[in-house]
Design a protein around this ligand. Structure first.
Ligand SMILES: Cc1ncc(COP(=O)(O)O)c(C=O)c1O
Length: 425
């Protein structure tokens, strides 16, 4: 029998060897030791249904046998060379990517993390336009590297005191105190103003089509058509950060597909490897042509990650996970909206697309909301459900389960949530 360190042993080691910036969920966190599709198991053998997917990563389920078989086979055959040598997995993956990417996006550059993909996408935009500055949305999150942290609009994730100054933040098209039209108009008029003042210096605008960390905030349907039009007028590129939303999560392959426009550059990570590190940024022939100085990523698109990602894309296709996300997303959202009817003062919003739904608590009373969200997460964990949280004030409960979740799992979670809220609200 395996002996485990247990939660307190792990916490002691984290305290001693990790940086103090590393946080964890829960007052009484379990030690997770095993995963099987939508289920996780702790060191005591207790089972949990996962509704957060390691933050939108394991869309195809934990340790999915169809995917791990492809990973292991490649590990045992050829683990690593580099793009300076010829191998087949990375070109097969790039070719496959071209068939799922929107519009005429065809070129893909593989890297290791979402931050790295966004950093490179920002560089690509500078190379393609000859311009330097960026526009970003307030409360967006794009990464931990220099430029990506600079375009991140959530104060708590801007750890560096000396970030790039050439970033203009504009309001996102959502504000709990404005109606949809007012919020869109406020955002677009700020965009117009920035473009008129300094469009000749701006290379790109980077956006999450649906903000994840900012509290699961989908942009209204009309928003990106207007944004794209304005950007094109000023020769500014649009980068869609699909790191959290990509690969079926929202009920379309990419969240931007809901909006009927095609971005100039699209970045992806998380679900592409289902837990194996791989990320990428993609664009058209025309824009890619500007990235012609030498560049390479040592581990980016290595054979193991590439074969894993190919297995992920096949699994999504074969199991029709995109339609499943749309269908089960409806059940989840309707269930949460029904729960909301009993607590209108506390649950100020339920929003999202597909299997990426947020339940916002006390939008205008963050001091009240954040501890309550923590108590809800803690009790749900004790009841066997791992749910997430995000939002600028950490006041949004996040539901982002593996797309292999079942109707029954959702029903069970909704029942447990209703009971929990009855006790805590
Ligand atoms: C939208 C978005 N962009 C970028 C990142 C950064 O990705 P990574 O942690 O892989 O560097 C994240 C991470 O959560 C994200 O949600």
């Amino acid at each position: 029998m395996t002996t485990y360190l247990g939660p307190s042993g792990i916490l002691d080691k984290r305290k001693e060897y990790f940086y103090p910036c590393t946080a964890h969920f829960y007052e009484r966190p379990p030690q997770l030791v095993r995963g099987d599709m939508q289920y996780l198991y702790d060191s005591t053998g207790k089972a949990y249904t996962d509704f957060f997917s390691g933050v939108s990563v394991v869309a195809c389920g934990h340790c999915n046998p169809a995917i791990t078989a492809a990973t292991i086979k490649q590990l045992e055959t050829l683990q690593h060379t580099c793009t300076i040598y010829l191998t087949e997995p990375n070109v097969a993956l790039a070719e496959k990517m071209a068939s799922v990417l929107p519009g005429n996006m065809k070129r893909t550059f593989f890297v290791n993390s979402g931050s790295e993909a966004n950093e490179a996408a920002l560089t690509l935009a500078r190379l393609a336009t000859g311009k330097k500055e960026f526009i970003a949305l307030e409360y967006g999150l794009h990464g931990r590297t220099f430029l990506t942290m600079s375009v991140t609009g959530i104060p708590m994730w801007r750890s560096d005191n000396y970030l790039e100054e050439g970033v203009s933040f504009i309001p996102r098209p959502y504000d709990p105190n404005l109606n949809e039209q007012e919020a869109v108009e406020r955002s677009l008029s700020a965009l117009r103003k920035v473009l008129e003042e300094k469009g000749d210096r701006i290379a790109a605008m980077i956006v999450e089509p649906m903000q994840g960390n900012g509290g699961i905030v989908p942009a209204p349907l009309s928003y990106f058509t207007e944004v794209k039009k304005l950007l094109e007028k000023h020769h500014v590129l649009l980068i869609a950060d699909e790191i959290q939303t990509g690969f079926g999560r929202t009920g379309k392959m990419f969240a931007i597909d809901h909006y009927g426009i095609v971005p100039d550059i699209l970045t992806m990570a998380k679900a592409l490897g289902n837990g194996v590190p791989i990320a990428a940024f993609a664009t058209t022939d025309e824009i890619a042509a500007h990235y012609n100085r030498p560049s390479a990523s040592t581990l980016g698109g290595n054979p193991v990650s590439s074969m894993t990602a190919l297995a992920v894309l096949s699994y999504i296709e074969n199991e029709q996970l995109i339609a499943r996300a749309e269908q089960l997303g409806k059940q989840l959202k309707e269930g949460l909206l029904f729960i909301q009817t009993a607590y209108r003062a506390a649950i100020t919003d339920v929003r999202g697309l597909g299997l990426m739904i947020g339940m916002e608590l006390y939008a205008n009373e963050p001091e009240k909301a954040a501890p309550l969200v923590d108590s809800i997460l803690e009790e749900m964990k004790d009841r066997g459900f791992i749910i997430g949280k995000n939002g600028v004030n950490r006041n949004v409960i996040a539901f982002q389960p593996p797309l292999v979740i079942t109707e029954q799992d959702i029903t069970n979670m909704l029942e447990a949530l209703a009971d929990t809220l009855k006790r805590l609200l």
